[in-house]
Design a protein around this ligand. Structure first.
Ligand SMILES: NC(=O)c1ccc[n+]([C@@H]2O[C@H](COP(=O)([O-])OP(=O)(O)OC[C@H]3O[C@@H](n4cnc5c(N)ncnc54)[C@H](O)[C@@H]3O)[C@@H](O)[C@H]2O)c1
Length: 350
């Protein structure tokens, strides 16, 4: 079992252990001893695989459980489902002592976290991620969100979970494409942090080093969250590849998967920086080779002009500029405020 402590304003532990999905109740005892009510929220795919195990484990530890099963997919991060979860919580008379538990990927985690931050001005929140992306990224750090017509994640809050439990065995039921999404976020950490994360990813031996990789990515995220919980500075680094990635997601009407868009965004950035001469040929080749090891489709089916138009709605855009995360070298990135007007030229390598 691996434990990573996240020293946010309200500290908590992330536990990574095989078969921990059957021990969520035991883990919750380390955070909340009282026999509270727990509303477990999940999606249709995950419920069929893991809901019973989680509920049984919680009940065995003395918690009173309720469940809510939502449709799978990005569309679930909606105002309608936020409202629905608030109503369900109220009808169950949940109080601030009780908790919402997100069982699933980043979609469920973001929606449930946001609801937990608003219901009764904030109730306890537990993350049980079941995708690689959620395990290494979205379940840690307290960013929560829902989407509206005008953009992705435009409504959200910072609300930390009180516990995160990840069972690496759950990767075995993940569709291949969803696993690849997690690899997309892991490549982001490899470029940001370098070192052992880069070594594991560039070797192509993820499965052999899986728990270590998850632990190292979570440690990296925890380090950044500890320094800058509300994203005033260093936390912006975690958006590497995301500015372009979000634009692609939006242009695809959210049919393109988040982690795959991040990989495309990272690649376009690296290509543009190579053209600009701000990264070495060697650094570019390392990034390209790492992405190709996992056969990412790096084609972007939209024009640079269309991508740039999307930046206007990006949360990271201020006064006609965006905070773009750029690469110096593997393990060395920085944030640069760039005028949106200049981005077209930069990204089209002209
Ligand atoms: N809050 C943050 O810091 C943060 C960071 C990164 C991404 N995100 C958000 O996360 C979301 C993407 O998350 P995701 O990639 O986990 O997608 P997801 O939650 O949609 O899950 C992907 C799919 O896999 C299925 N699934 C989940 N676990 C499974 C399992 N173990 N076995 C079989 N099927 C399983 C789900 O039902 C779903 O169909 C996006 O909305 C993105 O904006 C948030």
């Amino acid at each position: 079992m691996k434990e990573v402590k996240v020293l946010a304003s309200t500290p908590y532990s992330v536990y990574i252990e095989n078969n921990s999905i059957e021990k969520v109740g035991d883990y919750l005892q380390t955070a909340i001893k009282k026999p509270i009510k727990v509303l477990v929220v999940t999606d249709e795919n995950v419920s069929a695989l893991y809901l019973k195990k989680v509920v049984e484990s919680l009940q065995k530890s003395g918690y009173k459980t309720f469940t809510c099963i939502l449709k799978a997919g990005e569309g679930t991060k909606s105002m309608e489902n936020f409202s629905k979860l608030c109503s369900v919580s109220a009808s169950l008379n949940l109080t601030r002592d009780d908790a919402l538990l997100a069982l699933g990927g980043g979609v469920i985690g973001d929606l449930v976290g946001f609801t937990a931050s608003c219901y009764m001005r904030g109730i306890k929140f537990i993350q049980v991620p079941t995708t690689l992306l959620a395990a290494i990224d979205s379940s840690v750090g307290g960013k929560t969100a829902i989407n509206i017509e005008e953009g992705k994640n435009l409504i959200g809050s910072f609300w930390q979970p009180c516990l995160v439990v990840y069972d690496p065995e759950t990767r075995k039921t993940l569709p291949k494409e969803q696993f690849l999404c997690g690899v997309g976020e892991a490549v982001k950490y490899a470029v940001l942090a370098g070192g052992r994360i880069y070594d594991i990813l560039s070797s192509g031996k993820i499965d052999e080093n899986f728990e270590e990789l998850v632990e190292l990515c979570v440690i990296e995220k925890a380090k950044i969250v500890h320094q800058d919980e509300k994203e005033h500075g260093v936390r912006k680094l975690l958006n590497l590849g995301h500015t372009v990635g979000h634009a692609i997601e939006k242009l695809s009407n959210f049919t393109a998967l988040h982690g795959l868009c991040v990989a495309k965004g990272l690649y376009l950035l690296a290509k543009a920086q190579r053209f600009e001469g701000s990264i070495s040929e060697d650094c570019f080749n390392k990034i390209e080779k790492m992405l190709n090891t996992y056969a990412f489709d790096l084609e972007i089916p939209y024009s640079v002009e269309d991508i740039v138009k999307e930046f206007v709605y990006d949360k990271k855009s201020v006064d006609g500029g965006v905070s773009l995360v750029k690469i110096k070298d593997i393990g060395d990135c920085f944030v640069e405020n760039t005028a949106i007007d200049c981005l077209g030229e930069f990204l089209s390598c002209k």
